[in-house]
Design a protein around this ligand. Structure first.
Ligand SMILES: [Zn+2]
Length: 176
């Protein structure tokens, strides 16, 4: 890849990551851990998804799985050959497996996930020799925005819980 091609690729990656972040904001608004994803094939978005296991009563409804399902449906093919998945946070084991099964060509993510991320953090699952499909990966794209979206969410949730605790604490002198 020439230097110019590399800058073009970086610009393209940032552009689509911005759209994945918008999906993450939809998760945030729904009270779900804010992770968003988009699937791109031939320069076009073919699938979108945001994390929604609680609201859709579906433990598999992570952003990546929702986006991959949307993409496969839209193109009428269970294999997303040549496609790139952009996701705001490093994928977990389930999602990494889903990406291999969908035959994605490339995975681009923003922030690393130290506890559950399996591309580079907790393990390097995609490098496992037993997988019959290799996915090219790129990390750190708009990572700052992705991680602040996450930390804002957890801060808000902690503050909400604290407030709830205070409200449910019996007021002294009442009901005694
Ligand atoms: Zn996942």
């Amino acid at each position: 890849m020439t230097e110019q091609e590399q800058t073009e690729q970086e610009k393209t990656d940032q552009y689509f990551m911005q759209l994945a972040l918008e999906q993450g904001q939809l998760a945030y608004a729904a009270g779900e851990v804010p992770v968003g994803a988009v699937v791109v094939q031939n320069g076009e978005i073919i699938g979108r998804g945001y994390n929604q296991p609680i609201t859709s009563l579906d433990p598999t409804a992570h952003a990546e799985v929702v986006a991959v399902r949307d993409a496969a449906k839209n193109i009428g093919n269970y294999r997303l050959t040549g496609a790139t998945l952009y996701v705001t946070v490093e994928p977990c084991t389930m999602c990494a497996g889903c990406l291999v099964h969908s035959r994605l060509e490339r995975l681009v993510y923003g922030a690393t996930e130290p506890k559950a991320g399996v591309v580079e953090s907790a393990m390097c699952l995609l490098d496992s020799p037993f997988f019959n499909h290799k996915i090219e990966t790129c990390s750190g794209v708009l990572a700052g925005q992705a991680s602040s979206l996450m930390s804002d969410f957890f801060k808000m949730r902690r503050a909400g819980k604290k407030k709830l605790k205070q409200l449910s604490r019996p007021v002294k002198g009442e009901g005694e």
